[in-house]
Ligand binder design. Structure first.
Ligand SMILES: [Zn+2]
Length: 340
């Protein structure tokens, strides 16, 4: 398909034009998280003709994802595809003229610099504050723009961060909320229309940043799609901000990301990350586990079910242990069945 024809309804817009379209075609965007927000962002970006998308996500698809993640279908869930892989496959069919890379990994302090280094802009498609503060550090330290977005119930928030020009996330909220105190989409629920609205606003801000559109003031957007309210307040840099002022990158410099385990909030699952991220030998693992339970392998991830526990082994060596929230139990199951 001729690209002139493909983007005709977009290049005719005064805010974009042919020159803007060429800029988008030369842009690289990293989407961190391919769940509700991230998968919607990735689709908007692919259809808008962003030249290269890097889609990073740590998880596989589950049935409850289909309610708010418009990019995926029942076949993807049946095949237990990792979200980053399912998103890349679908979007390559949507737009074959752009480059789409899927990265099946947990984005942590150990790999964010490398991932961010390959992009012009970072988009927040995550569902947790730990990763968002890490993204803020990575963006501010490298001088790259990023767009924060969050959604819960029918509420959403969006902030575009352009380091050096406007406020960063820590100018507005110095520290992340305490773990466990905030409701999550798992416990509180989420309206799929609110997801689409927040993702649309995030991608619009991203396009403006990529096109160098004049932003007179940076705004912190809050919205509630059920009540039909939108609010935007001018946000300013805070003198003495530890991140963009003092250039202290607490989250980037943390030691997390080596060997660790983390409870997946509200999911009854624990992720166990090995110190050395090497691809498991799936063929041998399958052979060894078959007598001990049910094993399936879809070419990307291996699943092993024994009793109440289901272990998902990813290509980067991580194991998601479903059926427990006890990190010690999860680690011992990984040691017992997968080895370390
Ligand atoms: Zn700041």
């Amino acid at each position: 398909m001729l690209n002139g024809e493909r983007y005709a309804r977009q290049t005719v817009l005064g805010a974009i034009g042919s020159a803007g379209q060429r800029t988008l075609a030369e842009s690289d965007v990293l989407v961190v998280g391919c769940g509700a927000l991230g998968s919607a962002q990735a689709e908007f970006l692919a259809r808008a003709g962003i030249g290269r998308l890097i889609l990073a996500d740590r998880d596989i698809l589950e049935p409850h994802n289909l309610q708010s993640q418009l990019l995926y279908d029942e076949k993807d869930v049946r095949e237990r595809l990792p979200k980053a892989e399912a998103a890349a496959r679908r979007l390559r069919a949507v737009n074959s003229s752009i480059k789409i890379e899927s990265v099946i990994t947990d984005v942590t302090a150990a790999n964010i610099r490398e991932l961010a280094g390959r992009a012009d802009l970072l988009l927040d498609g995550t569902d947790n504050f730990e990763t968002r503060y890490l993204l803020n550090d990575a963006a501010v330290s490298s001088g790259k723009p990023w767009v924060y977005g969050g959604v819960l119930g029918s509420d959403g928030m969006v902030l575009a961060v352009h380091p050096g020009r406007g406020p960063c996330l820590r100018c507005l909220f110095e520290d992340p909320p305490e773990m466990g105190l905030l409701p999550t989409c798992n416990t509180f629920g989420v309206l799929n229309t609110a997801v689409a609205w927040v993702a649309a606003l995030q991608v619009t801000e991203a396009l403006k940043l990529l096109l160098g559109a004049e932003t007179a003031e940076f705004k912190f957007h809050t919205l509630d799609i059920w009540r039909g309210t939108v609010n935007a307040v001018a946000a300013e840099r805070r003198a003495g901000c530890v991140c963009c002022g003092e250039r202290r990158f607490d989250f980037l410099d943390s030691k997390r990301g080596s060997s660790s385990s983390a409870v997946f909030c509200g999911r009854n699952a624990v992720q166990v990350t090995p110190e050395r991220r090497i691809a498991p030998d799936f063929a041998r693992l399958r052979e060894r586990l078959t007598p001990l339970g049910t094993v399936t392998f879809n070419g990307v991830v291996l699943e092993f079910t024994s009793g109440a526990h289901r272990l998902v082994v990813f290509p980067d060596g991580r194991v998601l242990v479903n059926g427990t929230m006890d990190t010690a139990e999860a680690r011992s199951l990984v040691a017992k069945y997968i080895g370390s």
